[in-house]
Design a protein around this ligand. Sequence first.
Ligand code: 13P
Length: 341
Amino acid sequence: MSLINLKNLLGHAKSNKYAVGAFAMTNIDFIEALLESAIEKKSPIILLLAEVHFKYLDIERVAPIIIDRARSANIPVCVSLDHGLNFKTIVKAIRCGFNSVMFDGSKFPLKENISQTKEITRIAHAVDVSVEAELGYVGGESVGEKAPESHTPDKNLFTNVKDAKRFYEETGIDALAVAVGNVHGIYKGEPKLDFELLKELSDTLPIPLVLHGGSGISDDDYKKSIELGICKINYYTGMTMAAVKRMRAYLTENPDVNSYPDIIKTSMLAIMEDVKERLDVFGSTGKCDSSDSLCLSCDDRSCGINIRDNNHSSSGTISYKDLIKTISDKVSNNILNLSNK
Ligand code: 13P
């Protein structure tokens, strides 16, 4: 069992200066490819299902499969709705067992975005589900019917620091997706992230910040963003393009192939290679490597993340050695009590 909600997971990432990769799934094969990559890298991971992708994966049908597989992964996994666009979708995701939801009210005026996000946060928090919201406008999400389009970020839609402070204070969200020069899909030209703005946002807000539109950003820019407070990086277009490219090459090299599973397997290997590279750059590789730590607040007892700061909502944490000692003390006390009777 290894489900951990976004608040707890990103709290650990923030204190330890790394980012957790959040990867969008658009078919069942992604689940295995993503989890296997994270297990191999001993890294936590966030599995995303975006509302615009429900036409490929119906959340109500696939949630039991995703959650069941995530629970047995033995690494910390957060299962999150991505870009939920309305109240109904958010509630549906919570009912399906997702332990994190992103409400994207970025197209609404500030006041409306605040009021809807606040209501959603109140409901989600009542059942220990974390909430990410977006302020400013990232735009350009890949839906996948055609090749992803290229976009240029609009400076006028970057996240405003004063609004972000108000937004956080009034909604009580757990993480904020910011617009600082990032766009979904393909960047027109070189991405130019506004690091000054990112620093200001991160100095102003106590919560973890999220970078959407992770595809196309250079390793140096990922690292700099993480240094400046980015704790979650959303990634999709790069994986799907890597899969299609590999599939094309495979079919060109093997024109007689007619084994569908082999074609799928080839594309999934390309996805895994891409994902594992991201986990390395995001700094999350090896974060579940510790063998003597336990986290008693998430529902995993062996995930390896030893959260000793205050990121966990309820109980504290205890090391494996402490736990053995506690159990041994309890057992010997009981024996003593019995023999004294
Ligand atoms: P990319 O498709 O640009 O990697 O962005 C993914 C994303 O941000 C999903 O929310």
